[in-house]
Design a protein around this ligand. Structure first.
Ligand code: PDD
Length: 293
């Protein structure tokens, strides 16, 4: 079966899909994106993704290419046309095509691209295996709450992680605090048993998976704290994990070459994975997505 992409109003074969060379996404990274997980045929956290997209577009003053309602329909349609039961849908919106000039163009129409790809179904055992992370200085700009397509520091960080044999790089700000991963949110369980992830601010992207895990924790009576944590705290943590639409809840068992706890997935991480899967299979994603209003 050939893959289908949606580009500015048309469904086209994926390998023929193209955008204009003067698209500001290509020229300036002047655009935003979203990545939706599809799990068992269901789009996870659609409302949250669209709320976060609305925030990104609003902050950058990029127009919606189609209405929010239509965008939801198109996103599901791209998944359907590509027969994605488990996988990811990518959505990209740029400020559009215009003669190259830094200020916003006057008449450009924002451009929309949607693609979908299959991925293996969520595999709890694989997620429990555990991966390693390294820590790196956070050299990004100061608006991580906006899901911008400008990902150069994230790419460089991820590449450095891969070259070090690690799955992810955790980014550390000038105060020695871990903000998040290059494409995921970072979590620890401190040596006192506290579940911690960075609070929402301009310093992190508020992950849809992060919100699901927090709501699932709340419902199950698991205490958590949304606050920055230091590299030292991470290195002495009992447990650690990352969350994202593509990584779900993935155990971290090594940080900067040192085992986390006993070097195996921790008890609370394992529980949060179970709670997360039950949560998305039940509610389909976070309900409290007013953080962007
Ligand atoms: N990444 N932080 C960053 C910097 C991210 O790029 C992502 C998502 C997250 C987690 O967000 P969510 O739970 O909504 O996926 C946190 C996506 C998956 C990507 O770029 O592929």
């Amino acid at each position: 079966m050939s893959r289908i992409a949606y580009v500015n109003g048309q469904y086209v074969p994926h390998n023929e899909a193209a955008v204009h060379i003067e698209d500001r996404g290509y020229q300036f990274a002047d655009g935003v994106y979203e990545v939706f997980a599809v799990h068992g045929g269901k789009m996870i956290g659609e409302k949250g993704h669209l709320d976060r997209l609305a925030h990104s577009l609003r902050e950058l003053r990029i127009d919606w290419p189609v209405s929010r309602r239509v965008l939801g329909v198109l996103t599901r349609e791209v998944a359907r046309r590509n027969r994605v039961r488990d996988g990811l849908v990518y959505l990209q919106i740029t400020r559009g095509v215009a003669r190259r000039d830094h200020p916003f163009p006057e008449n450009a129409e924002s451009a929309l691209v949607l693609t979908a790809r299959r991925a293996p179904p969520l595999d709890k055992e694989a997620l429990r295996q555990g991966v390693s992370v390294i820590t790196l200085p956070d050299i990004r700009w100061k608006r991580h709450d906006i899901k911008s397509v400008a990902l150069l520091p994230n790419i460089l960080g991820k590449q450095q992680a891969r070259e070090a044999g690690a799955y992810e790089a955790w980014l550390v700000n000038d105060d020695g605090m871990v903000t998040e991963g290059t494409s995921s949110n970072a979590w620890i369980v401190t040596k006192d048993g506290e579940l911690v992830t960075h609070n929402t601010s301009h310093a992190i992207l508020n992950g849809i998976t992060r919100l699901s895990v927090l709501e699932a924790a709340d419902e199950a009576g698991v205490k958590f704290s949304e606050r920055p944590f230091s590299v030292d705290e991470a290195l002495s943590a009992k447990e650690a994990f990352v969350t994202s639409s593509s990584s779900h809840v993935k155990a971290v068992t090594v940080i900067d070459g040192k085992p986390v706890g006993n070097g195996h997935i921790g008890e609370l991480t394992s529980r949060m994975l179970d709670l997360y899967v039950d949560f998305i299979e039940g509610k389909g994603g976070p309900q409290k997505t007013d953080t962007w209003n």
